[in-house]
Design a protein around this ligand. Structure first.
Ligand code: TYD
Ligand code: MG
Length: 455
């Protein structure tokens, strides 16, 4: 029989190595490999070994399942991200930077769910019960029937939960939980994994919904291996920029609803309040049309959202020009700069390029390509785009504009916010009755010629 040996796991990608090294071969991350305690002897036996398993029950695909009994909290922005409400026997991971407002959000959510008649338990490993009560007072939630505990010993927590059988358990945070089945410190990879496993198993066994809070590392990943993300049903990230009041709750994985759905909140003195019209909020800081600004009509999950891209292009004093991006993908920016140079003959060599999404929003849609190109060109030519115009479309390496999904929803949202014209790729579905003047173009050169009279 193989000897139980210590293994080494990469915190960033979850790859397992036989010995420690400074860099992970699998993902290239530095200083991410940590030691893990060996599995106990019993679990080391193979399935073909001495211990015989029990036969499992199999069913066929035609088995009728009732629709998921969801409970809505009444906070529309949260319910949408959850896919319509909380599903029993599900495990949800909420990740985010320290101080972004995870505990505030979950205390408010716990109170709302308790208000709908669910039995709710809130367990904090980070704050004393007194501190949580103080926060509840600030949020005006002191009367909510939420059961509170400050505890980190997982065995005690699970024993209590098994007796109480709550409908919803919030565990804040998974990094503070300590399982005595694993011989390492709280917050280590094996502890986080064991705690997540035991709490997820509890959710499935008892039919409770379990919400785990996870801190995010500097690299933007939930601390501990990626395996935690694979264990749970739903992964939500709570994002926001420091200095901005907006907070965005984003579903990156959801077994019970659409991924990529977002909920928008505003942090106020009295906790998080819902933002039902995010486009208006993201465009609220927009003044007179300035060079370098382009409004993108985007789709986040199932909802259209308008955001402003801002670009600055300036001669560089350095041999290597800077490319700085906030809220968008740096690789995608490099691609668009290359397409502008190669297909339209507009060079950016010797120029520093800065690109921002206003309001601290992160955009991942390729449909934003054309808005980025418009912002870059407008900054470079020092010419403002028409104030009433929105832009969307994907750019291919050949410089062709590709149609994007949900054209009609994008146009409707733009019309609702007072825009009257749009630049969109040729082809795709017609705009419908949005009332917008839509200029359709098939390639980037035509776009450059139309807007800037060059090309
Ligand atoms: P918190 O929920 O403790 O963050 P996390 O759990 O993600 O670490 O939120 C902390 C911040 O939120 C803190 O800087 C204060 C701010 N805050 C408000 O602005 N208003 C409020 O009503 C509350 C409760 C917190
Ligand atoms: Mg907290």
């Amino acid at each position: 029989m193989a000897r139980a040996t210590t293994s080494f796991t990469c915190n960033a990608c979850g790859a397992v190595h036989t010995k420690w090294s400074g860099q992970c071969d699998a993902c290239g991350a530095w200083n991410s490999i940590v030691e893990e305690a060996p599995l106990s002897a019993a679990s080391g036996k193979t399935s073909l070994g001495t211990a015989r398993g029990r036969a499992i029950d199999l069913t066929d695909l035609s088995t009728r399942e009732a629709p998921l009994p969801r409970t809505a909290s009444g906070m529309g922005e949260l319910d949408r991200v959850l896919g319509g409400g909380l599903v029993p026997a599900s495990a949800i991971l909420v990740g985010g930077d320290p101080g972004i407002g995870k505990s505030t959000l979950l205390l408010q959510a716990a109170a709302r769910f308790a208000g709908t008649g669910l039995k709710v338990v809130y367990i904090s490993g980070e704050e004393a019960a007194g501190q949580i009560r103080m926060r509840a007072e600030r949020l005006g939630l002191t009367d909510a029937p939420v059961q509170l505990a400050a505890e980190t010993v997982l065995r005690d927590i699970l024993t209590t939960l098994d007796q109480l059988r709550p409908d919803l358990v919030v565990v804040d945070s998974i990094q503070t939980m300590w399982s005595d089945s694993v011989d390492s410190a709280p917050g280590s990879v094996s502890q986080v994994r064991a705690a997540a496993h035991e709490l997820t198993a509890f959710a499935k066994r008892r039919g409770s919904a379990v919400i785990l809070v996870g801190h995010v590392t500097k690299e933007g990943q939930i601390a501990g291996p990626r395996v935690v993300e694979h264990m749970v049903d739903t992964v939500l990230y709570f994002e926001g920029e420091r200095g901005h009041q907006f907070r965005i709750l984003r579903a990156v994985k959801n077994r019970f609803g659409p991924a990529d759905e977002i909920g928008v909140f505003e942090m106020t003195g009295g906790g998080l309040s819902e933002v039902t019209n995010p486009s208006a909020l993201f465009l609220s800081e927009r003044g007179q049309p300035a060079p370098g600004s382009a409004v993108f009509a985007g789709i986040e999950g199932t909802r259209p959202v308008l955001v402003e891209f801002q670009a600055l292009v300036a001669p560089t004093p350095h041999s290597q020009p800077r490319r700085s991006v906030v809220g968008w993908d740096g690789g995608r920016l490099a691609m668009i700069l290359a397409v502008l140079e190669a297909r339209c003959g507009i060079p950016f060599a010797g120029l520093d390029v800065y690109l921002n999404v206003a309001g601290g929003m992160k955009i991942g849609e390729p449909a934003a390509d054309l808005a980025v190109a418009a912002a870059l060109l407008s900054a470079r030519e020092d010419t403002a785009l028409p104030a009433d115009c929105v832009v969307f479309g994907e750019i291919s390496l050949s410089g062709a504009l590709r149609p994007v999904s949900q054209t009609e929803n994008r146009l409707k949202e733009a019309a609702k916010l007072g825009f009257s014209s749009a630049i969109a790729p040729a082809g795709g579905k017609p705009g419908g009755e949005s009332g917008m003047t839509v200029t359709r173009m098939s390639d980037l050169t035509a776009f450059v010629g139309e807007i800037f009279g060059a090309g």
